[in-house]
Design a protein around this ligand. Structure first.
Ligand SMILES: [Zn+2]
Ligand SMILES: [Zn+2]
Length: 498
């Protein structure tokens, strides 16, 4: 998001310095176009990655095509006058482009033919209905990007699809009717692209229950590399709303998002007639009412509510508190409660006045206390009453940390050893909660003692005997006794997203 906004500002400030068209030499126009495309269409082709080239063979031309397509110009792939006009226009309207999003690291398929296999069908629709709807959902994408999708009936497909209930073989058990409808992995080997539908939903081909085409198309957006969009009209908007599926086409924002990854499908020289659209089970109203434009937010990236379901979500801190989990971000925290269903977002200072942004947090269940850290200070809080203990805040040096430590990255209490680990940059300290003393021989490098986790820890907590270490959006589930990595997760997986 931030990058795109910067790019927009760059355009607005550089555009007036471009020489008037009448004086411009073709050479300048080439440079202009190259700069323009590298600012706005870096996803397509300008990248130096050789893997990207497999998909976007002719880098410059594909970028140009994506740009032309975005602006509704004739998609020629060549630098014609009309295209140059658009490039020169000092318009910030292109920030529209920032509404779609890609995943962290921009994963994408590196080939043109993608196979999929439906390994388990649900209870609500017939096999042929599901096959047809899934094919239709893929076709929304193959209509606009140069990928083809082929269903196979045996073996391992790129995208493995199933309908499952509750625990269905991955880290994200479904939650019964409503709530999470489905989920999908970003492109990649192994489980990359795999898509699961919660079979406790009532899947339909109409507006009743949950419409399979719309949800499948949303999930396949993820499977192709799209993250959630801020555009309410986009298919990749994170909440499900029904819209009529007869003649449904990929909304503009999603089309741009997916074309930024894969380029546009150039029209076949001799287009074959398409098969007639499959009838849906019930007549549906149309056309779609135009939806009101979402109000612009001054700084949407800073609002944790917007980030909750982003795969790029980075935690400031995390801790357990009496069986609940608290995840801190930018002065807010999400509470994932064992008692109540769902996730609650609250402001830190509203709950604990004096504390604004939590850098690190940990709980010592035996003492019924948890600690919140901000900068060089920390507070002890009685877990049962959620009230601050007297005598706080205390300075970090009170724990035996050196005075040059400005803030902690993370902290976690390990039940089995009675020690609390404090993480700062690439090192950590060990604190004995029984003797209230820092253990000698510290700090040590994280990489020495925790093989497999990254050399930095942003947030750490314990849950059901496992330790969880977050570094950026990724998280390692760690077995402390055996010092081995159980699995690698993404932070947002804790926040009831799909
Ligand atoms: Zn699943
Ligand atoms: Zn989604």
């Amino acid at each position: 998001m931030v990058l795109v906004l910067l790019a927009c500002l760059t355009l607005c400030s550089t555009a007036p310095t471009v020489a008037p068209e009448t004086d411009a030499l073709p050479e300048d126009e080439d440079t202009l176009a190259e700069n323009y495309l590298s600012h706005f269409y870096t996803d397509v082709g300008i990248s130096n990655s050789p893997t990207v080239r497999n998909i976007a063979r002719t880098t410059f031309n594909d970028s140009l095509k994506a740009m032309q397509s975005f602006f509704g110009l004739e998609v020629t792939g060549t630098l014609d006058n009309e295209t140059i006009e658009v490039m020169k226009a000092p318009r910030c309207g292109v920030s529209d482009i920032s509404r779609y999003a890609h995943f962290y690291g921009r994963p994408r398929w590196e080939k043109r033919q993608i196979t999929y296999r439906i390994t388990k069908y649900g209870r609500h629709l017939s096999k042929s209905e599901v096959d047809a709807t899934i094919a239709k959902a893929f076709q929304l994408y193959s209509d606009v990007i140069p990928l083809d999708f082929k269903q196979i009936d045996s073996g391992t497909a790129d995208i493995m699809i199933l309908f499952g209930r509750r625990d269905h073989g991955d880290f994200y058990p479904f939650d019964g009717a409503s709530g999470v409808l489905a989920h999908a992995n970003a492109p990649g080997r192994g489980q990359g692209g795999d898509t699961h539908f919660d079979d406790d939903e009532t899947w339909t081909l109409t507006q009743r229950g949950v419409n399979l085409l719309l949800v499948a198309a949303h999930e396949f957006g993820h499977a192709l590399g799209l993250d959630h969009s801020r555009d309410r009209r986009a298919l990749m908007f994170p909440t499900y709303t029904y819209s009529p599926t007869t003649g449904y086409k990929l909304p503009a924002d999603d089309r741009r998002g997916v074309q930024a990854l894969y380029g546009s499908r150039t029209p076949e020289p001799d287009p074959k007639p398409k098969p007639a659209p499959r009838p849906t089970a019930a007549p549906e109203p149309r056309p779609t009412e135009p939806e009101p434009e979402e109000p612009t937010q001054p700084d949407p990236g800073r609002n944790p509510r917007d980030e909750q379901c982003s795969r790029d979500l980075v935690f400031d801190a995390a801790t357990s508190v009496r069986g609940d989990l608290l995840f801190f971000k930018n002065g807010y925290y999400w509470k994932k409660s064992t008692a109540a269903q769902g996730i609650r977002l609250s402001k830190v200072s509203a709950r604990w006045p004096q504390i604004n942004v939590v850098d690190a947090a940990y709980e010592v269940p035996d003492k019924d206390v948890f600690y919140l850290f901000e900068g060089r200070q920390y507070w002890g809080i009685r877990a049962y009453t959620n009230t601050k203990l007297s005598g706080y805040p205390k300075p970090l040096t009170n724990l035996g940390l050196p005075s040059n430590v400005k803030k902690l990255d993370a902290a976690v209490f390990v039940k089995s050893t009675g020690k609390t680990l404090f993480f700062v940059d690439s090192k950590y300290w060990s604190y004995d909660e029984r003797s209230n003393q820092m253990d000698s021989g510290y700090p040590r490098y994280i990489s020495w003692d925790f093989p497999g986790i990254s050399c930095r820890v942003d947030a750490a907590f314990e849950n059901f005997g496992y330790l969880y270490f977050s570094d950026g959006p990724r998280q390692t589930e760690y077995n402390y006794a055996s010092k081995t990595v159980n699995r690698v997760l993404l932070n947002y997986g804790w926040l009831n997203c799909y």
